[in-house]
Design a protein around this ligand. Structure first.
Ligand code: NDP
Length: 288
């Protein structure tokens, strides 16, 4: 078994981005600028946005973080997005999801200019991705593709089972893995909560991408020997031995599954790191 080390791979890619920013500045080009918007005080969202802002600093991007109160109105948020859409200095806009229930995620995503849609969630970005045109690819699936490419894993002809069909992970992941690219060129099966024979599906998989949101859901008896395991899940479970009172685990029972897999991503230190890295790549792209 080989660990797909998100920390190592993302550090190498972030170093490249940093060097590119340095050379942009030397050549009197614009410094990339990411505007992040956080609504409310969801602790996980605060952590994610904090990590994104910190990574911007690390690679030399400018970042602006706007925090809106939990009860901020939808109109207030849309007005802020419009302000950033019209601000020539801002290259990328990200609104941390999930949003409080009184705000429509669709409306928010649709309001972000497709030119600044570094999360790749706008219908224009998704449409272009489906058609194989250059666009912003959602950060988590893009990060996974970058990871597979980094390890030179030839996925051509493999059967990839994606568990989960969300707009931000499962659906774009399925599309990317089925495209005529490498990584890609897989035969893809997309599973979800209504899938009847998930275990049988998984046992046929050369690659399993688990994006479910259930701790340790993929167990060793669901995995074919030698399969590649990509664990997207980030789940908090109680752990009295930790100062925070919790620890993070993935959707895959890592300890048992690692013995059967050829490659596997850990949680933490796997896909999450790559997600931030892919967001930085998109922001750089938005600035070009
Ligand atoms: P969603 O809740 O939006 O989607 C979960 C998907 O899993 C749904 O399609 C759902 O099916 C499916 N599902 C739920 N239960 C089962 C089941 N028992 N069997 C099969 N499928 C099931 O989650 P996200 O896609 O946003 O996130 C998934 C996980 O990935 C979460 O743990 C999240 O925290 C993590 N995540 C990690 C990121 C990273 O950077 N590492 C980034 C984004 C998310 P249905 O559609 O039928 O409801």
């Amino acid at each position: 078994m080989q660990l797909l080390d998100g920390i190592k791979v993302s550090n190498a890619i972030l170093e490249d981005i940093k060097n590119e920013v340095d050379s942009r500045i030397k050549n009197h080009k614009k410094r990339p600028h990411l505007a992040a918007i956080l609504v409310g005080d969801n602790p996980a969202s605060q952590t994610y946005v904090g990590a994104k802002v910190k990574t911007c600093e690390y690679v030399g991007f400018q970042s602006t973080l706007s925090k809106l109160a939990d009860d901020a109105s939808e109109a207030e948020l849309l007005a802020l997005i419009e302000k950033y859409n019209n601000d020539a200095d801002i290259d990328g806009i990200l609104v941390q999801l999930p949003l409080p229930r009184h705000i429509s995620e669709d409306k928010v995503i649709n309001t972000i200019s497709p030119l600044k849609d570094v999360d790749g969630f706008h219908p224009v970005s998704i449409g272009k991705m489906v058609l194989g045109q250059d666009t912003f690819i959602p950060a988590t699936p893009n990060g996974i593709m970058m990871m597979l490419a980094h390890y030179n894993i030839d996925t051509s002809g493999m059967h990839c089972v994606v568990i989960g069909r969300s707009n931000i992970v499962g659906t774009p992941m399925s599309l990317l893995m089925s495209r005529n690219t490498n990584p890609g060129n897989c035969t893809v099966t997309m599973c979800h909560s209504k899938t009847k024979n998930l275990k049988e599906m998984c046992l046929q998989a050369d690659i399993i991408v688990a994006a479910i949101g259930r701790p340790n859901y993929v167990t060793a008896d669901m995995v074919k020997p030698g399969a590649i395991i990509i664990d997207v899940g980030i789940n908090r479970i109680e752990d009295a031995s930790k100062k925070s009172g919790f620890r993070l685990v993935g959707d895959v029972d890592f300890e048992a599954v690692k013995e059967k897999s050829s490659y596997i991503t850990p949680v933490p230190g796997g896909v999450g790191k790559m997600t931030i890295c892919a967001l930085m790549k998109n922001t750089l792209l938005a600035c070009n």
